[in-house]
Design a protein around this ligand. Structure first.
Ligand code: 13P
Length: 252
């Protein structure tokens, strides 16, 4: 997968099925012919099939899932495997989101297993990393990001890594209305490319798409996306409103 302009909407635990369908229809009606941006819709599990059917005929729209299990199948009540996601047309899955780290205590070993399962099923991981406010204030943000990336990426080959998307989501910016400045985002994205250069090489680092997430909205997307190393956004709250999400897509 080569470096692309991407806008992904992570709906988290929001919307009814009917609202989900209406939102997708409104989004695809507005941006269907704007194919230079890869659009990824990441609804809750119960709506994947319906949303996938709506997206199937649309230009450069893809379906993503918010999570997958570490195992392929079996007695794991309430869980969903990457194989199942693939069977309903998912091309992407979020792994390492800060809400999974914080509320579900997921750790690096989980992320590695989940990504391996995703890749086995031809699903690209959107691997999320980000520091807390305490880590930034104590000047540990570069160290934290280095650890989060290195622990996971060293378990993958170059070929496997070529399927990854990275999302930098500072925890202090998620759902808070406080966005990283364009300068902060650019600084960290360039740093992330540097880490990937150290783990793999500079050509691999130049080729990976790195998204910014954390209170990215219709007002600030343009400035963030103009940064050299920011390839798009992973959008939470603003992806729940068609007009806002479409404005973000048109922000490149
Ligand atoms: P917000 O855009 O609501 O801050 O959420 C960002 C996010 O967590 C996307 O995965």
């Amino acid at each position: 997968m080569s470096r692309q302009k991407i806008v992904a909407g992570n709906w988290k635990m929001n919307k009814s099925l009917q609202d989900a369908k209406t939102l997708v229809e409104m989004i695809t009606n507005q941006v269907n012919d704007f194919d230079e941006v890869t659009k990824i819709i990441i609804p809750p599990f119960p709506y994947l099939n319906a949303v996938g059917e709506q997206l199937a005929s649309k230009e450069n729209f893809f379906l993503g899932a918010q999570n997958c299990h570490t195992n392929a199948s079996g007695a794991f009540t309430g869980e969903v495997s990457a194989n199942m996601l693939s069977s309903v047309g998912c091309h992407y899955v979020l792994v390492g989101h800060s809400e999974r780290r914080q509320y579900f205590k997921e750790k690096e070993a989980d992320f590695i297993s989940k990504i391996k399962e995703a890749l086995k099923n031809n699903i690209s991981p959107i691997f999320c990393i980000g520091e807390t406010i305490h880590e930034r204030k104590t000047d540990n943000h570069f160290k934290v990001i280095t650890e989060q990336l290195t622990t996971v990426l060293k378990e993958f080959t170059v070929t496997e890594f070529s399927k990854f998307i990275i999302a930098y989501e500072p925890v202090w910016a998620i759902g808070t209305g406080e966005t990283a400045t364009a300068a902060q985002a650019q600084e960290m994205h360039a740093f992330i490319r540097g880490i990937i250069t150290d783990i793999f090489d500079s050509a691999i680092a130049a080729n990976v798409s790195i998204l910014y997430g954390g209170s990215c909205n219709a007002q600030n997307a343009q400035e963030l996306f103009a940064c050299k190393d920011v390839d798009g956004g992973l959008i939470g709250g603003a992806s729940l409103n068609a007009d806002d999400f479409c404005k973000i897509i048109f922000s490149f």
